[in-house]
Design a protein around this ligand. Structure first.
Ligand code: FMN
Length: 233
């Protein structure tokens, strides 16, 4: 079974909380794994050209093209994205928009696959993790676990963190905050978060090894999607 980890943070792997958590989840699956970082990649959102409707292959030429085969071949995904303005960041969202290419006619390429959603924010990562779960749902992918942690907002290293009124350090700790190492968040210092990431990886590995029935998973997720649509109209 192949698990593809995707970190949607544009920050360096050693700095990004998203990357660290995706790596921890993936490494605990016990499966054949690969991690891709979207850092530095140029991936546009879907441009609605409909070039993919006949063959389920996106015709936009950018850095998603070489990732397509890895996405097709994976049995499961560990996808992480940072919280930007209480949303999933644009880079990770662009990746999902381009999964439109897999949906047409009998486009069952992703149906019934499994996922773990990872979200990291300067305050909390629930918003991106929830959005990743929703985007997976649209592709009939079941999210078996969500992991969320607190990363170091850029405000801790921008040079103005101790005084910026709208920055995360002043907002979390109050005026006069001093940026010492012990207050700078790092998911690796959050033992509960790291344990949740390891548990999520193990659960994903178990689900994949446990006679994973894609047809059954897809049909369960489809019911949830239909219920969601029902609530929206
Ligand atoms: C443009 C931008 C907007 C952000 N908005 C939020 C926000 O609304 N809420 C939050 O908790 N963190 C916010 N952050 C902080 C990031 O979520 C935080 O730095 C997180 O660690 C990013 O994940 P990464 O470490 O994997 O890059 C924002 C960061 C940037 C660059």
């Amino acid at each position: 079974m192949k698990v593809l980890g995707i970190s949607g943070s544009p920050r360096k792997e050693g700095t990004s909380g998203t990357y660290k958590l995706v790596k921890t989840v993936v490494e605990n699956t016990g499966c054949e794994v690969e991690i891709v970082s979207l850092r530095g990649k140029q991936i546009s959102g879907c441009i609605a050209c409909l070039g993919c409707v006949k063959d389920n292959i996106c015709k936009v030429k950018d850095d998603l093209e070489p990732l397509r085969e890895k996405i097709v071949e994976a049995d499961a995904f560990v996808i992480g994205g940072p919280n930007y303005f209480n949303n999933l960041n644009a880079l990770t969202h662009a990746l999902f928009e381009r999964w439109f290419q897999f949906r047409h006619q009998a486009g069952s390429t992703l149906w019934g696959k499994l996922a773990v959603a990872v979200g990291v924010g300067g305050t909390q990562g629930n918003a991106p993790a929830d959005e990743i779960e929703k985007m997976c749902m649209y592709n009939l992918i079941e999210t078996v676990a969500k992991v969320q942690g607190q990363g170091a907002a850029s405000c801790y290293s921008c040079g103005f963190g101790e005084t910026c009124e709208v920055g995360i350090p002043v907002n979390l700790h109050g005026p006069g905050v001093k940026l010492t190492d012990d207050i700078i968040p790092d998911v690796e210092k959050q033992t509960d978060v790291m344990a949740a990431a390891a548990d999520a990886g193990k659960l994903l590995g178990r689900r994949l090894g446990d006679g994973h029935d894609r047809t059954k998973v897809a049909s369960t997720v489809k019911e949830k999607v239909m219920a969601m649509f029902g609530e929206a109209v």
